[in-house]
Write a protein that binds this ligand. Structure first.
Ligand code: FE2
Ligand code: FE2
Length: 227
């Protein structure tokens, strides 16, 4: 039996899951992540606000893209040698490609939903915070995640697990800090792609829970690499 419990697509008690997160310690971040989170705090303020979560979601997709890319590199290498590709090589490549694609989709819906809510709430940001800084961070994280993967896939999974654990806790704390969201209804055209929620509180609990699933996927990937 898989010791990692996944919640996506399941009917779960979101409030109970939020409490579970708040009782669980956040994973320890490495120096790179710590510096990144500090930079976000300095640039976007120490309070938990939607623009900060928008930045998290802009970045969140990149490690998965690096893994998907890594999976395709394995396909190319294993299918362009004199010996036939083995099932083990194909399985690893397919695992990375599937994990990479599914998680990127999930992160992109998070980003689109958050920005749609910011649009509805007319939370406008200036040129620097909306365009310049996110693009700079995205460019940096693109190279960083690929470098980590190339150096050691396990480092890449470990760093992402800590990133996701941080995101999970931040979302659950955000809901805790906004008790009025319990009664605030939410609607978005992106519910065409993502499980629609009845309240703002439940939407952000669900997103936080997705981040816990992402963390578990990364931890499970480390185990797979060890076997
Ligand atoms: Fe996310
Ligand atoms: Fe995530």
């Amino acid at each position: 039996m898989n010791r990692y419990e996944y919640t996506m697509g399941k009917d779960v008690d979101l409030k109970a899951e939020q409490e579970k997160t708040l009782r669980t310690p956040v994973m320890k971040s490495n120096l790179i992540l710590k510096s990144m989170f500090l930079m976000m705090d300095i640039l976007y303020g120490f309070k938990r606000t939607l623009p900060k979560f928008m930045i998290i979601e802009v970045l969140a997709r990149y490690p998965y893209w690096a893994w998907e890319n890594g999976g395709y590199k394995i396909v190319t290498k294993s299918h362009t040698k004199r010996k036939w590709a083995t099932r083990k090589e194909s399985d690893l490549a397919l695992y990375l490609i599937d994990l990479g694609r599914d998680s990127q989709d999930n992160e992109q819906w998070h980003l689109m939903l958050i920005q749609d809510i910011m649009r509805q709430k007319e939370m406008r940001l200036g040129w620097l915070k909306m365009k310049c800084i996110p693009r700079f961070l995205a460019g940096t994280y693109y190279y960083l995640t690929r470098f980590m993967w190339a150096m050691n896939p396990k480092w890449s999974f470990r760093m992402n697990a800590a990133f996701e654990s941080h995101a999970e806790h931040e979302y659950m704390k955000l809901v805790d800090e906004n008790p009025e969201w319990e009664y605030e209804t939410v609607d978005s055209e992106y519910f065409q792609f993502y499980p629609a929620q009845t309240s703002m509180a439940n939407l952000f609990r669900r997103i936080g829970l997705d981040e816990r699933d992402h963390m578990n996927h990364s931890l499970e990937a480390i185990e797979k690499m060890n076997n």
